[in-house]
Write a protein that binds this ligand. Structure first.
Ligand SMILES: Nc1ncnc2c1ncn2[C@@H]1O[C@H](COP(=O)(O)OP(=O)(O)OP(=O)(O)O)[C@@H](O)[C@H]1O
Ligand SMILES: Nc1ccn([C@@H]2O[C@H](COP(=O)(O)O)[C@@H](O)[C@H]2O)c(=O)n1
Length: 246
């Protein structure tokens, strides 16, 4: 994997970029809500799951079974990954190939947890995420995934766990994948959550993480709820400003 050269805390405390960290289970609305939130704030948007998905796609292209950790690590050596942080011009590339749509294929979703289970892969992509945030040139970046509030940017000034009831998440995902059997889509989503939550905990909020439950909210209400948390957090006095009176 390309080695990110620019070190950064990616936390909003060690550099000038404000990080809004959002975690949650599959289908909770992380990508769509984070993207719209970023637009509303003029922030960048970083989809961290795309890196795991793109590496899973890359492994499948090489005929690799992603449950084979050694093979995944091996193929990650020539993984040339790029992603846009522009919420209005979102794309994902591996080498010269645009994989923006391909990485959403259920074939990739079914394989991605194997990739995410490899500790060396996680360390490498986390360093990349921090570098992408630091280099974004934006006043802030909404970063969404599974371990952003706890591992990637635990010091971010805004940390949110976006949840929704499992049956609601499954129904929303089924509505997107209309050509697929609804029961199979729901089973795959819950299976992926089960595999992923064995690696990182995104089902319970870590201390200091605000929960936004969208079960009974529509999309716009969810974005407004997230923006409310962000505005409250960014206008609250920090330890620094409270001490200096700034
Ligand atoms: N509050 C909401 N009300 C209705 N639909 C919603 C809401 N939030 C998100 N959605 C829809 O639910 C679907 C799943 O959302 P999205 O893809 O953003 O979830 P995700 O958490 O990023 O999923 P994954 O982790 O699997 O990538 C999308 O079609 C999105 O438009
Ligand atoms: N911070 C993250 C983000 C994602 N993953 C893994 O990637 C998969 C795809 O993520 P989506 O958000 O696009 O659904 C996800 O199922 C995890 O396996 C991760 O481990 N950490």
């Amino acid at each position: 994997m390309t080695d990110p050269s620019t070190p950064s805390t990616g936390s909003g405390t060690g550099d000038l970029t404000v990080v809004v960290a959002i975690d949650g289970p599959a289908g909770s609305g992380k990508s769509s809500v984070s993207k719209q939130t970023a637009r509303r704030l003029g922030f960048g948007y970083l989809d961290t799951g795309a890196a795991y998905r793109a590496l899973a796609w890359h492994a499948l292209q090489h005929g690799i079974d992603t449950s084979d950790a050694a093979a995944v690590l091996d193929v990650s050596g020539d993984f040339d990954y790029a992603i846009s942080l522009d919420p209005d011009q979102y794309w994902v590339r591996v080498g010269q190939t645009d994989v923006t749509d391909a990485i959403r294929d259920p074939r990739v979703s079914d394989a991605v947890s194997g990739v995410a289970r490899v500790p060396a892969v996680r360390e490498s992509v986390n360093a990349l995420f921090r570098a992408l945030v630091a280099q974004s040139g934006r006043p802030g970046v909404v970063v969404e995934g599974r371990d952003i509030t706890t591992v990637v940017a635990p010091d971010a000034p805004v940390r949110i766990l976006l949840t929704a009831a499992p049956e609601v998440r499954a129904a929303r995902r089924s509505a997107e994948l209309t050509t697929h059997d609804a029961a199979a889509v729901a089973a795959a989503l819950h299976q992926r959550d089960a595999s992923d939550s064995a690696v990182v905990d995104f089902l319970t909020a870590a201390p200091g993480v605000e929960v936004v439950d969208s079960t009974h909210l529509d999309f716009d209400q969810t974005v407004d709820a997230v923006l409310g948390v962000i505005r409250a957090a960014l206008s609250a006095p920090t330890a620094d400003t409270a001490q200096t009176g700034a």
